[in-house]
Design a protein around this ligand. Structure first.
Ligand code: HEC
Length: 155
């Protein structure tokens, strides 16, 4: 029985080690966490605005403006968190291999959000913001196509 017990405890320690290693891996790099948190907020803002664009009678100028201001002001922030090559997250290697292209996507995004913000300041209907909103959506997508690892539910 002693042999069995010591085997069992060795196995136990092995398992514990595996759990600890997994724990270390699932804790994201601070840069990855920072930029993913920002991107999540982008997703939320786009959902709020997109809902109004899809259902124009729900358009609320004040709420739309608030989201547009947020996007425009925050649009310069995520990119500093893509400098460390060890912070891979769900970024593709193109982020570091094609830095000029990535920078261009980030700049296009800042322009698109600035434009949307400008339009939103005087918008009174979903119709007013639709084209500029569409450009922002395209900009998210365009960057994700090359620089973000695909989610399982994306094509
Ligand atoms: C210049 C490139 C670029 C632009 C523009 C961009 N993203 Fe991203 N986004 C990324 C990259 C790269 C990732 C993967 C980050 C990671 O996991 O490390 C990402 C991740 C995300 C995620 C997943 C976050 C998570 O929790 O893992 C969401 C949601 C997202 N983006 C939404 C948006 C929305 C909405 C917009 C437009 C309003 C946008 N992004 C604009 C590059 C971009």
């Amino acid at each position: 029985m002693t042999k069995f017990n010591s085997l069992k405890s060795a196995f136990g320690i092995g398992l514990l080690g595996a759990v600890l290693t997994l724990g270390a891996c699932s804790k994201p790099h601070p840069d990855v966490k920072a930029r993913q948190d920002m991107m999540k907020n982008y997703g939320d803002a786009m959902k709020v605005m997109g809902g109004m664009v899809k259902a124009p009678d729900t358009f609320d100028a004040a709420v739309f403006k608030e989201q547009a201001v947020f996007l425009a002001e925050d649009s310069k922030n995520p990119w500093q968190h893509f400098e460390n090559k060890d912070a891979v997250g769900n970024a593709t290697e193109s982020v570091w291999a094609k830095t000029d292209d990535f920078k261009m996507e980030a700049e296009n995004f800042q322009q698109a959000t600035a434009q949307l913000n400008q339009v939103a300041q005087t918008a009174t209907s979903a119709e007013d913001v639709k084209p500029a909103f569409g450009e922002v959506g395209k900009s998210c997508k365009s960057c994700h196509t090359e620089f973000k690892v695909k989610d399982d539910d994306e094509k």
